[in-house]
Design a binder for this molecule. Structure first.
Ligand code: SF4
Length: 338
């Protein structure tokens, strides 16, 4: 209906996720690396049964060599969670500086930037890897269902992982997303950005003008290492500002050129426009929490969370639709005169 009434432009989308507390007593929890004696299926709650079934599926996929979490490169599917809720074990333990830790899920919204209409919504586990995977799911699903593929997608740094940037660029969707890059150093020593990549020669040039070369070996399926020579580094006056190791090593992702292209977009007017428009998705979450008072889920288990997020997004779209399309009736006097 929003599409039919022209409220969805289909040209630019924004993506974001918001943490929402799970409906659990956080005292009822166990460290994730300890064995937990779960009740038998017939005695367990719906949320626990759903968790145990998901574990079985993941184990089955691993035994069969599959990738149940869809985590891809650098995923953390083998890492046990820090804490597990005994009430709703699929909820994620969130511990951040300055915040009292809590269990939560993510509400993920994909909106069309024209009028802020939510075009897809999914409740997921609160996890960066999942947020990236669900972005791909939602963009694909919107194209399948509504034949809409945006020209640009805005998001925050969470969505700046190179595999998502590459996925978007391959589909001709311009990522207006700050690049996720952990190579910057804060200790005063040279960061990777201080080294210049020579694409033609496939080498880095360091601040001391020496060359860092690669053997061409690929680590973890996507990382290439470039190393300076021992003779260059050992007699270099810049070494205290460069490395404490014998030689300096730089890593480069196989898709680093995609990162470079996305970085170059940051100063464009289109990027700044997307950045401004991205506030609309933040406003949807603010509305969800302040007006609809969804600062804590009422349902448990991932399926319950998915339903609750979808229903909330639908209610928000209906309110928005009514606000944008329905005009207030004329005042009584005006109606009488007419
Ligand atoms: S220490 Fe090695 S890599 Fe670093 S600036 Fe000197 S020569 Fe270059």
């Amino acid at each position: 209906m929003c599409i039919a009434t022209g409220l969805v432009g289909g040209e630019a989308f924004s993506i974001d996720a918001s943490l929402i507390k799970a409906d659990v007593d956080k005292k009822k929890r166990m460290p994730g690396d300890q064995p937990i004696a779960w009740p038998k299926a017939e005695e367990a709650s719906h949320a626990v049964r759903e968790y145990l079934a998901a574990l079985d599926t993941a184990r089955g996929d691993e035994d069969g060599g599959g990738d149940a979490g869809g985590s891809g490169k650098g995923g953390d599917r083998h890492k046990p969670p820090k804490e597990v809720s005994l009430t709703d074990p699929q909820a994620t333990w969130v511990a951040r500086p300055g915040l009292d830790p809590f269990f939560a899920y993510d509400a993920n919204y994909l909106i069309d930037n024209k009028a802020g209409i939510i075009i897809d919504a999914v409740g997921t586990r609160a996890n960066r890897t999942v947020e990236i995977a669900v972005t791909q799911t939602m963009v694909d699903r919107v194209e399948r269902r509504f034949d809409l593929r945006p020209q640009r997608l805005a998001g925050d740094t969470v969505y700046g992982a190179v595999r998502l940037l590459k996925w978007l660029v391959d589909r001709n969707i311009t990522p207006h997303v700050p690049v996720w890059d952990r190579s910057a150093r804060t200790d005063g020593t040279f960061s990777r950005a201080d080294f210049v990549f020579d694409q033609q020669r496939n080498i880095y040039i360091c601040p001391g003008s020496a060359e860092l070369t690669s053997t061409g070996n690929i680590d973890q399926g996507h990382i290439v290492y470039y190393r300076a020579s021992k003779s260059d580094c050992s007699q270099c006056s810049l070494k205290p500002k460069c490395t404490t190791a014998v030689v300096r090593k730089i890593t480069r992702d196989l898709d680093e050129d995609v990162r470079d292209r996305v970085r170059a977009l940051a100063d464009t007017e289109a990027f700044q426009r997307s950045r401004r428009e991205r506030k609309k998705v933040e406003m949807r979450f603010a509305h969800m929490k302040r007006i609809l008072r969804l600062d804590r889920f009422r349902l448990r288990g991932l399926s319950g969370i998915r339903d609750e997020v979808l229903l909330t997004a639908t209610a928000q779209n209906l309110r928005r639709l009514a606000k944008l399309l329905c005009r207030a009736p004329p005042p009584p006097e005006a109606a009488c005169l007419a």
